[in-house]
Write a protein that binds this ligand. Sequence first.
Ligand SMILES: C[S@@+](CC[C@H](N)C(=O)[O-])C[C@H]1O[C@@H](n2cnc3c(N)ncnc32)[C@H](O)[C@@H]1O
Length: 345
Amino acid sequence: MTTGGDGAPEQDAGPERMVRLLAGFEVSQALYAVAQLDIATVMNEGVRGVAEIAARTGTDALVVKRVLRTLGDFGVVDQRGDAEFVLTDSGVTLAANVPGSLRDLAIMLMETHYLPFDRFVETVRTGRPAAEIYFGQTFFEWLNTEPGRADQFSAAMASVTDGMQGDVFSGYRLPVGEVVADLGGADGSVLLRLLQEHPDRRGIVHDLPAVVPAAHTRVADAGLDTRVDVVGGDFFDDVPVADVYLLSTVLHDWDDESCAALLTRIARTARAGARLVVVEMIMPETAEVHSSKQVDLTMLGMISGRERTLTEFTDLLASAGFRLDRVVPTADTSSYEIIEASLTG
Ligand SMILES: C[S@@+](CC[C@H](N)C(=O)[O-])C[C@H]1O[C@@H](n2cnc3c(N)ncnc32)[C@H](O)[C@@H]1O
């Protein structure tokens, strides 16, 4: 079965296609169950029969069969016989402990994004993020006061780095500069990956105070605590002094005004000749299918951010005194890109 860009079977058209789209929330919940209950993890160990899957995961065999049968329509599993299923390449990403696993992302999305989206109609009416209406505070404020949620979010972001960002960093070398500061660096996954290529550089992971414990652990586990500092703080108030600033999927979290404030703070603090490395999806100017369009819905519903076109990135960077130097050519097939910029002043 081939599926369209939205995961719905391609032969569906008109009303059938619309019904599938409208019931997308059921598919999301089914995927969450398969990830959260480790059904995919067990299947990835080679277990095909629903009876054994159910026994290993403490689930109901008949329900597992019905759920997997449905997910077959969405290209997540292949059915082999009456009650046997195998994961497709896409389905494997829901298993734990596989390279590129998106299990943590599946859990985070359904446990922190799903319910707030109930208020999306109000977002469309007012422009206010649904999550802000639902939680009564901004998503990041909620995240950093709810026990365990900051770590959960960082783990999900790390799974995007390891999975969805594909090989965007493969062979990439940072611009010159001794100290590299990763702002909004979460658990430091992106910085640690990039520093592998640069044993001579020092790094700083900067994020909100509730997030940095995960970075301390990850940096220590990598044996890099003498080379990488971890700093907790609000990047709108203060940023560390550095030669290279890394902003990986940070600018898309914020509206233009907030981005300009952050970039201006960097420009005022940075060492002379500082460079900026921005990792983001770049929204096409045309109508082509692109993952950034779906992520733009997340930005609308959860925070005040947005996905941007190259022209919009160029203008945004220029508003704070940065010149966009290049979009780094990579052989990578993911939707993520690396943008380099430098201070013009
Ligand atoms: C979308 S995540 C990106 C994480 C990481 N850079 C990556 O690429 O996986 C955005 C990060 O910005 C952090 N953040 C949000 N507001 C912040 C603030 N005011 N100061 C510092 N970090 C902040 C969040 O805690 C989160 O880790």
